[in-house]
Design a protein around this ligand. Sequence first.
Ligand code: ADP
Length: 497
Amino acid sequence: MTQYILAIDQGTTSSRALVFDKEGNTKSIAQKEFKQYFPKPGWVEHDANEIWSSQMAVTIEAVSKAKLQADHIAAIGITNQRETTIVWNRKTGEPIYKAIVWQDRRTADYCDQLIKEGWEDKIREKTGLVIDAYFVATKVKWILDNVENARDAAKAGDLIFGTVDSWLIWNLTGGQKHITDFTNASRTLLFNIHTLDWDQELLDLFDIPRSMLPELCDSSGEIAHTSGMLFAKKIPITGVAGDQHAALFGQMCTKEGMVKNTYGTGCFMLMNIGKKPLVSKNRLITTIAWKIGNDVQYALEGSIFISGAVVQWLRDGIGLIKSAKESEKLAKQVEDTDGVYFVPAFTGLGAPYWNQHAKGTMVGISRGTSAAHIVRASLESIAFQTYDVLKAMEADSNITIKELRVDGGATENDFLMQFQSTILGVSIVKSKTMEVTALGAAYLAGLGVGYWKNPQEIMEKWKVDKTYSPEKDSSVPKQLKSWKKAVQTTNYWTNPE
Ligand code: ADP
């Protein structure tokens, strides 16, 4: 019987499920959006039960669309929006509060306080992370501090917490397994990337009882089995990784020095740095790329908050374009931006600047500036931000990057990809499949169950769609200098003294 791998891809705005065949081709796909809650400025929540119900619905839909029975599914791989935090009751399985989403800023002041108290270096050393509301621990602490009786219930051992991977596995196993994989654990601020275990000093700092924590599991291998509720037969779950880690694997960046960049709402660049947890000196973060048996691979990561979102803003915010695709047409109508630079710091600046308070800044506008110049400057800003992160990665790793593997919605833009290649002076390689994240989860699951024998076998299936090579352009250094000045202006605007 021909068998397939089922990938569960639980994202920030939608739940998706995909069925892949042995060649890595997509046999079916189902997707369902779910509700976003914004109860206060800067707060973002999801209904954890809706995450589960939407995920279950698309999982069944994808299998039935592919006309498959449970017997046809060799294994399940899970990938998930990272850092989103859920606390639930161990006995009833009911969440005690909504899921606090990674974008949520409610704990920013507490993070500022921790920085003032001098925790930054110690936390970076232990966890590889910076202190930011983005990560998990401060969200768990917030729930324990603010939901009635939560702290007492946690102390009594009644409450457990997990990121979305844990929550899905808990439900898929009918409450039998409370686990998280090493990639998701490495985003919590509670996990020591050197000892590969939860860190008691950090648990004490955030006042989180150890009894709440999930058990750690590998990203690939025997992890769990479905309970028999979802499908007639118990199906092995043999792959789990956070979305960007899965994408790194889906891009087959399995060797030290290989880098991928995902151009979605934001940009997430990850570099495989091999077996050593190099701590960044350039304000990147260090994360577990994946753990498979005794093989632990680490990655450097740079997160850019606004990339494709700048194109959404051009369309929905100020109406300069009617569709994302049109941005390319307009950008190509002009030779250059005529000196316009745009730093789209709508939600602060992420790596490598980490300025929580930055705001978007456009400089160099003249009487001759047209919509086309502004659109072009917007697209170029995506490439310049990527340049800054890539240079930080090169400085940290002492590796000169020659090739960048790319995926995500904005890679549809030929102008952007070509400009990116020229600015970086490296080849940009776009993979054939657009579904790199789900495919990465499928690969991990397939390896875990022996569906594919080894990464080498998978690597042979990895196909290139298009490669962009740098063009000769003597104005690149000048453009980079101007971009740098624009970023300085942005920072100056936030903090003029
Ligand atoms: P996410 O997973 O973050 O929702 P996707 O990978 O689906 O992101 O990509 C969507 C993003 O890509 C949007 O922000 C959109 O503006 C951008 N995008 C889509 N097509 C284009 C295009 N042709 N040119 C530039 N940006 C684009």
